[in-house]
Design a protein. Structure first.
Length: 589
């Protein structure tokens, strides 16, 4: 046991800690505040405390647990809202009210709730780490697979069926040396260590989100990593909410890391009312929420990222597709900066610690598409998407730049687009996806063989529009050729009808890959047919004023069940309208 010799905000220095280890969890003072050792110098331990330290003073005791910060993994995770160190907030509120009391300790998993365990193996079968020994129907959507803990292998001596708590023994494994190992439905795992897997695979399949600008222009792979940087008010949180709601994943882990409390309130109010598009059940039945808002202790903010990704890895190991949303990594980096400053470490750029890049890399590297441990060879994916909040929207600052060196998808949000009410405010001229070339083959096979070429043409038109707009500002639009003016009209349609998407519209909030193809096909058909008609002498003003353009713009509000029929109708109307213009022009000549 040690004693406090210094208190500096969330940093506490204790002497007499020679028996402790780096990253051990400790109890600070008689109140038992939870802390974690960050640095050891002789018998002096520097501890970051995950709770308010006001009132602490020298001489108070510090007791080490001898174990690193770990999370409890098992049935009961789904639908629960935790703080940064996996204390369930609903259970805390039931115990002490709306405010978190200092020193309160609550188990991450409910020890009293009974779960129906269904065995998947029989006595006498050999098992190894990662093998599924049974299942629990945790929610209507999620079948929780109980796996043999890491480091355990042998012969199943006994396995039970029935209702048990997470601490009850459901299986007994006998090792080769005769040692008996009881297996419960709960595992513990240190948050700063990635969970092991058998093999890491290359991401080859897109994570479809139902957001047109993302799926079409800047897709992210299942098992990929992406960043959403943008200034205040540009829609980072709404983008992450949309991804959490609509992305084609089995499990979502949403981390509110240092953001405003009202944003987590929005999540709590919205998500229970939303229906999962696949099952029709409430979306909360496949979501884990972690909240460490800006008014909560800064050290817990640093831990929340690791808590979230460890839970995500656990579900990945079951063979599920998991999406992790971190909002935002900038606040996490600010917590690192504050603790680094209090530790009196040599500061790097803008005061951030020199190890900022390596810590970000360690976090994002835990994403991926893997073959999990166990004989079954389950394939799971973990996709990590981090919001970045650069001060003043300046992405040249260290957190944004360090993130861009790691991630392969950059959805750059633009305040100018947001002010024009264009959402999602993803800037198509600065954003990119390094997965798009790999995804082209999938889109060609699963959507349409023309889709990759259509995507390339769309990006080309948007780029040419930016160049033409510079000319227009100098000499006016009348100086352009009809072909260039048609390009501007087509690009305007791409921006306003395709890339603009209303997150609060019942139909437009989600767009299937088939509907995305049809809408983009209509816009590009208008472009191709108009260019051909202009070459034959059709009047540009007549082409720009065609009534069918209104129908194309309204297509995104068509119900998914009617898209094929409406698409065919608009396509006929478009073709007939432009042919009529060409024929009329020919007769007049």
């Amino acid at each position: 046991m040690g004693t406090i010799v210094k208190v500096s905000g969330p940093l506490v220095v204790a002497a007499g800690m020679q028996d402790a280890n780096m990253f051990d969890v400790v109890g600070v003072s008689d109140q038992g505040l939870i802390g974690e050792i960050l640095e050891m110098r002789g018998d002096l331990a520097s501890i970051q405390v995950y709770e308010e330290t006001a009132g602490l003073g020298p001489g108070e005791p510090v007791v080490t647990s001898g174990a690193p910060l770990s999370v409890e993994l098992g049935p009961g995770l789904i639908g629960t809202m935790y703080d940064g160190i996996q204390r369930p907030l609903e259970a805390i509120r039931a115990m002490v009210g709306s405010n978190i009391t200092r020193g309160i300790r609550v188990h991450g998993l409910d020890r009293t709730k009974m779960w129906a365990f269904e065995p998947a193996v029989q006595a006498g079968e050999p098992v190894e780490a990662g093998d599924v020994i049974g299942t629990v129907q945790e929610t209507v959507i999620v079948l929780h697979k109980i796996m043999v803990p890491y480091g355990v292998s042998g012969i199943v001596k006994e396995i039970k069926k029935g209702e048990f708590t997470v601490k009850d023994t459901v299986c007994v494994v006998e090792r080769e040396n005769g040692e008996i190992v009881p297996v419960t439905m709960m595992q513990k795992w240190p948050v700063r260590r990635g969970r092991p897997y058998r093999e890491k695979l290359s991401p080859e399949m897109p994570l479809l989100t139902g957001q047109r600008v993302i799926d079409t222009l800047f897709p992210i792979a299942k098992g990929g990593v992406g960043a959403v940087p943008g200034p205040f008010g540009s829609g980072k949180t709404v983008v992450q909410h949309q991804l959490a709601k609509w992305a084609e994943t089995d499990i979502v882990v949403y981390i509110g890391c240092g953001e405003r409390g009202n944003e987590m309130t929005d999540v709590l109010m919205e998500f229970p009312e939303l229906k999962d598009p696949k099952s029709g059940e409430p979306l909360m039945k496949r979501i884990v929420l972690i909240a460490n808002t800006s008014d909560m202790p800064v050290a817990g903010r640093e831990a929340s990222i690791y808590t979230g990704i460890t839970i995500a890895e656990y579900f990945r190991d079951m063979g599920y597709s998991v999406a992790l949303m971190a909002d935002s990594t900038s606040r996490w980096a600010e917590a690192l900066r504050e603790m680094s400053g209090r530790l009196e470490e040599m500061p790097g750029e803008e005061g951030y610690p020199a190890y900022l890049s390596s810590r970000l890399a360690q976090f994002y590297e835990r994403a991926g598409r893997v073959i999990a441990l166990g004989k079954e060879g389950r394939e799971g994916t973990l996709t990590a998407i981090g919001a970045v909040s650069p001060p003043g929207g300046d992405i040249s600052e260290p957190v944004s730049q360090a993130t861009l060196r790691i991630v392969k998808v950059f959805w750059g949000l633009d305040s100018a687009l947001a002010y024009r009410r264009h959402f999602p405010a993803v800037n198509w001229l600065t954003s990119y996806s390094l997965y798009s070339d790999k995804m082209d083959r999938w889109f060609a096979e699963q959507v349409h063989r023309d889709f990759p070429a259509m995507r390339a043409l769309t990006l080309k038109l948007l780029q040419e529009e930016a160049e033409l707009n510079e000319i227009v500002q100098l000499v006016g639009v009348e100086a352009l050729s009809d072909q260039d003016r048609i390009k501007l009209e087509a690009s305007k349609s791409i921006r306003e009808d395709y890339l603009h998407q209303n997150a609060f519209h019942d139909v437009d909030t989600y767009s299937s890959k088939e509907k995305q193809y049809m809408l983009l096909k209509l816009i590009l058909s208008y472009y191709h047919l108009s260019i051909a008609a202009a070459d034959k002498g059709a009047d540009f003003n007549s082409l720009a004023a065609l009534p069918v353009r209104e129908s194309i713009g309204r297509f995104k509000y068509v119900e998914e069940s009617n898209t094929a029929q409406v698409y065919a109708s608009i396509e006929r109307e478009l073709s007939d309208s432009i042919h009529a213009l060409v024929n009329t022009g020919g007769e007049e000549e």
